[in-house]
Design a protein around this ligand. Structure first.
Ligand code: PDD
Length: 283
């Protein structure tokens, strides 16, 4: 039986009951986090907790248990017997249930908190051989820095990618490449690593931050600067990053083949360093 966390309790998932008046359901008024378990540790849990607090603060949702997230996540793994395999934990907090009106409930209501865990099989084929991605206009709102559950633009764009046999949709805003529907993107141009700077137009990915640190430590030149869509022909390598897939090389971007259609040397080096870091943490 699958056990979930719901409003402070660990209960069978099928017993979770969320009000139809929940603002997460009515307005997408909530935030989420996703962490990855590496058979012994959560990778950079501290940064996930920090981002969780920031998302809540930006939306003015008061959930008192943010510091309990690591304990909740560990408990879910234990209760679902997932400790000895790769796993993911999802946490969502909404503003709570209240009579539908656009303004925040007054008086305030308790937020709704929900988390669950699942076993996970990494997509080694894409991670090793690379993947193909599409590009399209960034139709999202301009607060992409908030990890909001309101992800309609992301989901329909990703669906379009999947229906075209592609593995991610990369967004372009005013001619600049921002990020993917559920990943950040990096480019290698003449040996320099580029990624969109932190801003309201991208999510500050935890993997992004750690990859920048690893690249810096490896002596790779970094520019946190958006790449223009019309400079695709100058890109030698690209890769996308997120918590579940870590670093996935991109071998085709918007119909343009990159490098030789194979993961490039900078991407491979960064992947090796990341793997080495995971091994070192595991001890
Ligand atoms: N998505 N950008 C967007 C829009 C994302 O949704 C994500 C992660 C990232 C990468 O962030 P991180 O490295 O912290 O996972 C960037 C998660 C995995 C999801 O929605 O399931």
């Amino acid at each position: 039986m699958e056990i979930a966390y719901f409003n402070g309790k660990f209960i069978p998932k099928e017993e979770v009951k969320i009000s139809p008046d929940d603002r997460g359901f009515l307005f997408g008024d909530g935030i989420y986090e996703v962490v990855r378990w590496y058979e012994g540790f959560f990778y950079d849990m501290n940064s996930h907790v920090t981002r969780l607090k920031r998302s809540l603060r930006e939306l003015r949702i008061n959930w008192d248990d943010t510091d309990k997230f690591p304990t909740i996540a560990s408990e879910l793994l234990k209760l679902n017997k997932l400790e000895t395999q790769p796993a993911m934990v999802y946490l969502q907090i909404t503003r709570g249930a209240a009579c539908r009106t656009h303004s925040f409930p007054s008086p305030q209501v308790s937020p709704t908190s929900y988390a669950y865990a699942w076993g996970f099989v990494p997509d080694r084929k894409s991670e090793e051989n690379g993947t193909k991605v599409m590009m399209k206009d960034d139709i999202r709102w301009s607060r992409c820095d908030i990890k909001s559950v309101a992800l309609l633009a992301n989901t329909i764009s990703y669906q379009e990618a999947r229906e075209n046999g592609l593995n991610e949709c990369i967004f372009v805003r005013n001619g600049l490449i921002t990020e993917g529907s559920h990943s950040n993107i990096f480019f290698v141009i003449d040996g320099t690593l580029f990624t969109h700077p932190e801003s309201n137009f991208v999510l500050s990915g935890i993997t992004r931050k750690n990859i920048l640190r690893i690249a810096q430590d490896s002596g790779i030149k970094i520019r946190e600067e958006a790449v223009q869509e019309n400079r695709i022909r100058f890109i030698q390598e690209a890769f996308i990053t997120n918590t579940s897939s870590e670093i996935t090389p991109v071998i085709e971007l918007g119909g343009n083949s990159l490098g030789n259609g194979l993961p490039g040397p900078v991407t491979r080096l960064i992947r090796e360093k990341f793997e080495a870091e995971l091994k070192a943490i595991k001890g």
